[in-house]
Design a binder for this molecule. Sequence first.
Ligand code: NHW
Ligand code: MG
Length: 389
Amino acid sequence: MRHRFWETQPVGQFKDAGDISLSEGPIEPPAPLSAVKPEPYNLPALYEWTTCDMDDEQTCAEVYSLLTNNYVEDDENMFRFNYSKEFLQWALRPPGYFKSWHIGVRVKASKKLVAFITGVPARIRVRNEVVRMAEVNFLCVHKKLRSKRLAPVMIKEVTRRVHLENIWQAAYTAGVVLPTPFTTCRYWHRSLNPKKLIDVGFSRLGARMTMSRTIRLYKLPGSTATPGLRKMELRDVPAVTRLLREYLSQYVVVPDLDENDVEHWLLPLENVVESYVVESPETHEVTDFFSFYSLPSSILNNQNHSVLKAAYSYYNVAKKTPLLQLMNDALIVAKQKDYDVFNALDAMHNETFLKELKFGPGDGQLHYYLYNYRVRNALRPSELGLIEY
Ligand code: NHW
Ligand code: MG
C-alpha cells in the first residue's frame, strides 16, 4: 500500500524492514532552530489555525464536542470514544506542557472548530537512551471534512511547533497500520457488567451459555483481598515513583518519569485516573500499586443505554502482592465504581494475568510508532512499558 504522505516523513519505511545496515536511533539529525519554518503551514482558504487554550472552559467544551462527535469509533461503528473534559485537561496539561501544541482548525466564517491535534512533552527511554519527545494524540478531522488531505497538514504543523521547542522525536499510537509500528498490542476485555455489555452488542453470549451463567462467571467478591490496599495520596508520590522506575527498568520502551510526572499522571483524579497503593500493615512501606484511567464510549444507536463505562489498565507494580491478586483487586474496585468493562493491553507482564482473570481478546489492535527514531527490531508487546490513552 502506498502512503503518499508517510513516505516523505522520517519514519521507518516498509521497504527498509529487515535492513540490518540501518542503526537504531534518530533518522535525521536535529536542524538549527533558524531552519525551522517560522510561519504555520497553509490551510485550504476557508480554514484558519487556532491554538486551543484548555484552561478556557468554552474552548475545552468545543474540543470535547468535536471529539465526542468525530473521534475514534470501532470497526462496526457501534461505539465512539467519549473522553471527558476533565480527562482532556489532565491529558493535555502535564508538567512542562506547551499551549502552542494544542492545535485546532476553525472555519474562518463561522469560527466552528473542525479539526484538532495535540502534543505533550515526554521523556521516553528506548533501551539505554532517554529521548525528549512529543506524545502526539487526539488527531481528529470532522466527519464532513474527511479524505481531503487535511491530516497531513495537521501533522506537519504539530511537527513544526514541536521543532520550535528543539524537540525532534515523537511517540504516537493508532489503530491503523502506518509505516512502521515498532510494536503492536492487542486489547483484552474483562466483563464487569456482562448483561449490559451483551445488551449493547459489546460482547456476545458464549456458546452454550445462558445469561445467568454468564453473570455468575464474571461475578467478583464484594471486597478487595489485599490488606493495606488504599487510594494513593500525595505523600505516596516518592514511593510510587521509586517502585515504578524500578519496575519499568526491565522494559525496552518506557516513559522516564520523575516525581512531578507521577504526581500528575497517577495521583487520583475523580473520573479520570484511579490509583491504589498497598501499604504494608506492619512496616507501612508502599509495596505495590495499580492504576486505571476512565475512558467511556458513547453507545451509538441503542434504545436503553447511551454510555459504556470503561476502565483501562494503566501502570501496575506488584512487588510483594502477587500480580494476579493485585489485578483482581483492581477489577473489584472498578466494579464497585460501576465500570462496565475493564480493558488491558497485552503489554508489560499483563499476559500473566489476562486469561486467568477472565479477560477475553478483543478485535482491536494498537500499533505503536516513533517519529524520527528507528527501532531496529520490532518489540514483543511484553517488552513495551509505555501506556498511552
Ligand atoms: S489515533 C486516532 C486518530 N483519529 C481518529 O481515528 C479519529 C477519527 N478519524 C479522523 O478524524 C491517535 C480522520 O480519519 C483522521 C485522518 C484525522 C485520522 N495517524 O486528511 P486525510 C492519534 O491521534 C494518514 C497518522 O485525507 P482523513 C495519533 C493516512 O495514512 N496518520 O485523511 C496521531 C494518509 O496518509 P498516507 C494518519 O481520514 C498521530 C493521510 O493521513 C492517521 O480525513 C499523528 C490521509 O489524510 C493516524 N491515525 O483524516 C502522527 N489516520 O501517507 C504524529 C490517517 O497514508 C507524528 N492518517 O497517504 C509525529 C508528529 C510530531 C513530530 C515531532 C518531531
Ligand atoms: Mg481531510
